[in-house]
Each structure stands twice: as structure tokens, then as C-alpha cells.
Design a protein around this ligand. Structure first.
Ligand code: 13P
Length: 259
């Protein structure tokens, strides 16, 4: 069975003091959760302090972005190696907000995935369609383009650690979650696409997260779907209580499924 992941994307929220406090709350509440991989992704400026706070805990640390070069004259950018040095194990790549506001393309996503893997970071690659694309029946065309473009030329061995997050843009921060059936439908298609591109074992073992208005009251329905292996949580990851409720519900469901 695929071990579920619950990852919190804090986006541009929390200064360093707030971040350490929130991370501490999460760490304490989930210290005994073993069957869910928990990850938090604070802003760059918080990573070092939060990383220290999470040492020897079962909460992983991730960044929300990285550059694809190790060092150089690239003002304002942060490299995967720098992220590793402050304790990051994961990095979100190609989030729709980065694609929408900062000009990221499938090409830059591919470069960043390569840089992340080369540095030993686990990439959480984001894909998803806008409302307009969904309404014109282009959901899978868009997702297929993002996946084939972002992973172009990589072997399945190379992508061994890859995590994919399906985040329909229209469901992000809107309170409008995709129904669990809508999410499952796309997740199943993504798995099918991966099976076309790579050996079946790669597709079957791949963890596919759903993101977009995930809350404690809808996580169970989502996690009950066959191809949903966890969540990438925005707003609801900014409070320790809501986020840990999501983690605990996931842990409970996973334990029941295993029995
Ligand atoms: P919300 O959970 O706030 O909708 O954000 C989802 C998201 O973009 C996570 O990366």
C-alpha cells in the first residue's frame, strides 16, 4: 500500500516567530503518528529555524520553490543545495501560483525537478487545470501536457522519489473543493498516463496528492478514493488544530484500510 502524505503549503504566511510556534504545535500533536508522512512547507525565511525545531521529529520540512542552478549570479534565487543545508527533504515545484504569477512553464518545472532530484530533495510536482480549461473539456489535455512536459526525458529510476499533486486551480483557496469523484477521476487518469509512460510498477507505486480547499471535513471522502494518496493543504495547514485533524483522520483511515 502507498503510504499517505499530508503536506502543508504555508504559501506567503507566517514570519519566523509565528512559523516556529506553528511548527512546534504540529510536531507535538503528531509525534505518535507513524503511518502518515507529514511535511510542512514554510516560506524560505522560516526554513532554518523551523528545520532546527523539527530535528528528530516525524515532521518533514519542504520548501515551496527552488532554482535549478546550484549557485551563481541569480539575485533572489535559492538553490536546492541551500534548502538541503537547512534541513529540507522536499520541495514543491510548479505550483499553479508560480505558473500563474511568476511565469513558470513545463520547461522550468522540468529543470527544477532535475535540480531537486540531483540534490537529493523529493520533488512534489504540481499540476492542474483552470476553471476555463475544465469547462471546455480540456482537463486531461492540460494535465497530460504538464506531466509529459515536466518529466520529459527522465527515467523511472531517476524519478523514484517523485510525488505528484493534482491541484485544480479553481479549487485553490476558493472553498470549492473538487468532489472526491472529480478528484478520483483525474487521479485515475494520471495513474493511467504514468503507466503509459513508465513501467506499471512505477505508476502503481506513485503517490498522488490532491490539493484545493482540503479541510478536516472533506479529507475522509477524498482519502476513501482509490487513487488519492494524501493532500497538499493550503489554508487549513496554517492552524495546528485543523492541520493535525486532517493528519489524524488520514492516519485513522489508513489503519482501517490495512486491517
Ligand atoms: P487551499 O487548501 O488553501 O485551497 O490551497 C491549496 C494549495 O494551493 C496547496 O498547494
Amino acid at each position: 500500500m502507498r503510504k499517505p502524505i499530508i503536506a502543508g503549503n504555508w504559501k506567503m504566511y507566517k514570519d519566523v516567530n509565528e512559523a516556529v510556534e506553528l511548527a512546534n504545535g504540529i510536531k507535538r500533536s503528531v509525534f505518535d503518528v507513524e503511518n502518515v508522512e507529514v511535511v510542512i512547507c514554510p516560506p524560505f525565511t522560516d526554513l532554518s529555524d523551523v528545520g532546527e525545531m523539527l530535528t528528530e521529529s516525524n515532521v518533514g520540512l519542504g520548501a515551496q520553490n527552488c532554482y535549478w542552478k546550484e549557485e551563481g549570479a541569480f539575485t533572489g534565487e535559492v538553490s536546492p543545495g541551500m534548502l538541503k543545508s537547512v534541513g529540507c527533504g522536499y520541495v514543491i515545484i510548479g505550483h499553479s501560483e508560480r505558473r500563474q504569477y511568476f511565469g513558470e512553464t513545463d520547461e522550468t518545472v522540468k529543470d527544477k525537478i532535475k535540480a531537486a532530484i540531483d540534490s537529493g530533495l523529493i520533488p512534489i510536482m504540481c499540476v492542474g487545470e483552470t476553471l476555463e480549461e475544465r469547462e471546455s473539456g480540456k482537463t486531461m489535455e492540460v494535465v497530460r501536457r504538464q506531466i509529459t512536459g515536466g518529466l520529459d526525458g527522465f527515467s523511472e529510476e531517476y524519478l523514484d522519489s517523485l510525488i505528484i499533486a493534482y491541484e485544480p486551480v479553481w479549487a485553490i483557496g476558493t472553498g470549492k473543493t473538487a468532489t472526491s469523484q472529480q478528484a478520483q477521476e483525474v487521479h485515475a487518469e494520471i495513474r493511467k498516463l504514468l503507466a503509459d509512460l513508465y513501467p506499471d510498477t512505477f505508476a502503481v507505486s506513485r503517490r498522488l496528492l490532491y490539493g484545493g480547499s482540503v479541510k478536516p471535513d472533506n479529507i475522509e471522502n477524498l482519502m476513501n478514493e482509490q487513487d488519492i494518496d494524501g493532500g497538499l493543504i493550503g489554508g487549513a495547514s496554517l492552524k495546528s488544530e485543523g492541520f493535525t485533524d486532517i493528519i489524524k483522520a488520514t492516519s485513522r483511515l489508513y489503519a482501517e484500510k490495512k486491517d
